[in-house]
Structure formats: structure tokens, C-alpha cells
Design a protein around this ligand. Structure first.
Ligand code: GAR
Length: 208
């Protein structure tokens, strides 16, 4: 059984999707063992507590720089004996120490079709603002392995979602969460836990 840590910064609806999937037995060979929040008041911590999952706060401001923060985070994850790290609305950019400790074992969910609307500065609602500004007719979500490059790691799953007339960043965000993120993330986590993801260069093969 693989031990999963979910890293969060805010509301935690993607964490909830993982908790619900686990409750339905859809995270095969995996168990959410810890939730780590980068902000003390994150609502995601309440979701974890309700599900009986240990929650930890590691506030970014308690460390002098992002390298020191990343190293502390890595050490905590290793102490907890974590096999898979899931970034679920985790809004802190980490340095390479975490990727080196968890090569192809960190999954991130991004609310757009990478390589569109991604990279530094593209997070949360901003992503949807930029997509609407650009006038795209389709957006979506991506689950990818985390590499040293921001939003640049091998893609595991993607799903397209239509943009509708009169969409606001909020309505588009909600549709993308409901139709894509909350489905893709649990599926990708379950595939990882079953050792069904094989990375070859930039391509992730899904094994039967
Ligand atoms: C989600 O839409 C997630 O894809 C996005 O933030 C939201 C968090 O919502 N993540 C990023 O933008 C990371 N670059 P949640 O806390 O309700 O899961």
C-alpha cells in the first residue's frame, strides 16, 4: 500500500475529491496518510480532520527562503515515509530538492491544458482570467509529474472542457473542477499507486 501526502494551500476541493474517491475504494493500493497545508487557516485542514487524516501546517513564512522551506518539507515527507506527493492547489513554488527526493513521484493538478496558460504566475483564478482574456473556446485540466521546471513535467492525464458564452473566471473554474480536475486527479493517483504509470522521456505510458 502506497502512502500518499496531499499538499494544499486553500479550500481543498481537490483534496475532497481524493478523500471521496478513497471512500469509494477508487484509490487502489494507496492511502492518504497526511495533508500538509502551507497556510494555518486553510479549509482543506478541516476536510482532512473530518476524514480522520493527520493534518500538518508548514507555513511558508516560518522559513527564510523557498529552498529552506522545500528542504524542511522534504524532510517531513521522508519522516512520514511518504511514497507519493500530490500538489492539490498548493500555491508555493518549490526548489529542486523535493523533485530530487521524489523523482516522478510528485503529481500536480493544473487548471488548464498545459502547455497553455501555465508557468509562473498562472495559478488559481488567474489561469481562468487569462484563458478568457485570450478568448479560447476550450480549456481544461492537466495532471502531470512535477519536474524542476514549473508546470513542465511529463503529462499523465488531460481533459478538455468547453468555454461558454458569458463565462466568468469563477464559472469557468467551477466547470473545469467538476468536469475535469476532480475526476483526473483521483484517477492519476490510483494509477500511480498501482504502478501503472511508466515515464519515457516526456511521455507517460499508462499500463493495462
Ligand atoms: C485548483 O483549480 C487547482 O487546479 C489550482 O488551484 C485550485 C485549487 O482549488 N492549482 C493551481 O493553479 C496550481 N498551479 P482547491 O484548493 O479547491 O483544490
Amino acid at each position: 500500500m502506497k502512502k500518499i501526502a496531499v499538499l494544499v494551500s486553500g479550500g481543498g476541493t481537490n483534496l475532497q475529491a481524493l478523500i471521496d474517491a478513497q471512500g469509494r475504494g477508487e484509490i487502489v493500493n494507496g492511502q492518504i496518510a497526511a495533508v500538509i497545508a502551507s497556510k494555518p487557516g486553510a479549509y482543506a485542514l478541516e476536510r482532512a480532520a473530518r476524514a480522520g487524516i493527520p493534518g500538518y501546517v508548514m507555513a511558508r513564512k516560518d522559513w527564510p527562503d523557498s529552498r529552506a522551506y522545500t528542504v524542511a518539507l522534504r524532510d517531513r515527507l521522508k519522516e512520514l515515509d511518504i511514497d507519493l506527493v500530490v500538489l492539490a492547489g498548493f500555491m508555493i513554488i518549490l526548489t529542486e530538492e523535493l523533485v530530487e527526493a521524489y523523482p516522478n513521484a510528485i503529481l500536480n493538478v493544473h487548471p488548464a491544458l498545459i502547455p497553455s496558460f501555465c508557468g509562473e504566475g498562472f495559478y488559481g483564478l488567474h489561469v481562468h482570467e487569462k484563458a478568457l482574456e485570450y478568448g479560447v473556446k476550450v480549456s481544461g485540466a492537466t495532471v502531470h509529474f512535477v519536474s524542476a521546471e514549473c508546470d513542465g513535467g511529463p503529462i499523465v492525464l488531460q481533459k478538455a472542457v468547453p468555454v461558454e458564452e458569458n463565462d466568468t473566471p469563477e464559472t469557468l473554474q467551477r466547470r473545469i473542477m467538476e468536469q475535469a480536475e476532480w475526476k483526473l486527479l483521483p484517477r492519476a493517483v490510483s494509477l500511480f499507486c498501482q504502478d501503472r504509470l511508466r515515464v519515457e522521456g516526456r511521455t507517460v505510458h499508462i499500463l493495462d
